[in-house]
Design a protein around this ligand. Structure first.
Ligand code: ADP
Ligand code: ADP
Length: 232
């Protein structure tokens, strides 16, 4: 589904080129829960952000369902991004909008009619277990509830791929478990492909089918979770 070939990305830091990705090769198949683990600064976030072109790679290809997304024009990119959603460590909710409005936002942008938006928002809030929170504002929600709102919003346009950027790193262990269970449920029920980055081994242990270990801009190990963690 996703094939990354020789992906490179540098940042200009104090007038010097600093290589964050030094030639990444990776295949992620449909329906996998793919974890990318590594220390802070390894390049995980840069790699994840390349997958929806929030970061533009300098070199290499990202082939998604047969098409190199790095070659997309604006219109193609807009279409592609409907299929790829992202959730974040700090949720990135609209603080002046209630739960309903937060979830409706991507549907309004996509231009759907009020009636459909209403129906879809209710459906999404049911999926994440927040039916009774429509009128609440983010500041009145727990971290776990905020992440559920973010997940509902991310699912609004029926994406095929969900990118998770340290999505449980701000949550306590019990809430982390609940959010990971929800992600696994979405993977099972909708065949949603999940790519997550984390520095927490427990997260990978809990839900990933496949793992890549990043170090210093490169992937140093990759495979099925059990193979990667049982290798000597
Ligand atoms: P990770 O997610 O594994 O912590 P990042 O992808 O955030 O790693 O960072 C990889 C490297 O790229 C780090 O050295 C980081 O400081 C650098 N970097 C990331 N984003 C930027 C940026 N916008 N400008 C300059 N350097 C950056
Ligand atoms: P996190 O730990 O949540 O990944 P960071 O502090 O690493 O957050 O990054 C926050 C933002 O700053 C990101 O958009 C990242 O791309 C950017 N960034 C990271 N490292 C650098 C850097 N060395 N110089 C400039 N921007 C950076």
């Amino acid at each position: 589904m996703i094939e990354i070939k020789n992906l490179k990305k540098s940042y200009l830091v104090n007038g010097k080129n600093s290589e964050a990705l030094k030639g990444i090769n990776l295949k992620i198949e449909k329906g996998q829960v793919f974890g990318i683990i590594g220390k802070s600064g390894a390049g995980k976030s840069t790699l994840l952000r390349c997958l929806n072109l929030l970061e533009i790679p300098d070199e290499g290809q990202i082939i998604v369902e047969g098409e190199d997304i790095t070659k997309f024009n604006k219109r193609e990119l807009r279409e592609y991004r409907k299929n790829v959603s992202m959730i974040f460590q700090h949720f990135n909710l609209l603080s002046n909008s209630n739960v309903y409005k937060n979830v409706a936002f991507p549907l309004e942008i996509a231009g759907y009619k009020r009636e459909y938006i209403d129906k879809r928002v209710k459906e999404l809030l049911e999926i994440v277990g927040l039916e009774d929170k429509e009128r609440e504002y983010p500041s009145n929600l727990s971290g776990g509830q905020k992440q559920r709102v973010a997940i509902a919003r991310a699912l609004a346009n029926n994406p095929k791929i969900l990118l998770c950027d340290e999505a449980t790193s701000a949550l306590d262990p019990l809430t982390t478990k609940q959010i990971l269970d929800l992600l696994l449920h979405l993977n099972n029920k909708f065949g949603l492909t999940i790519v997550l980055i984390t520095h927490e081994m427990d997260v990978v242990e809990r839900i990933c089918s496949h793992v890549a270990v990043m170090e210093n801009g490169l992937i140093v190990e990759v495979g099925k979770k059990d193979e990667v963690f049982n290798s000597p």
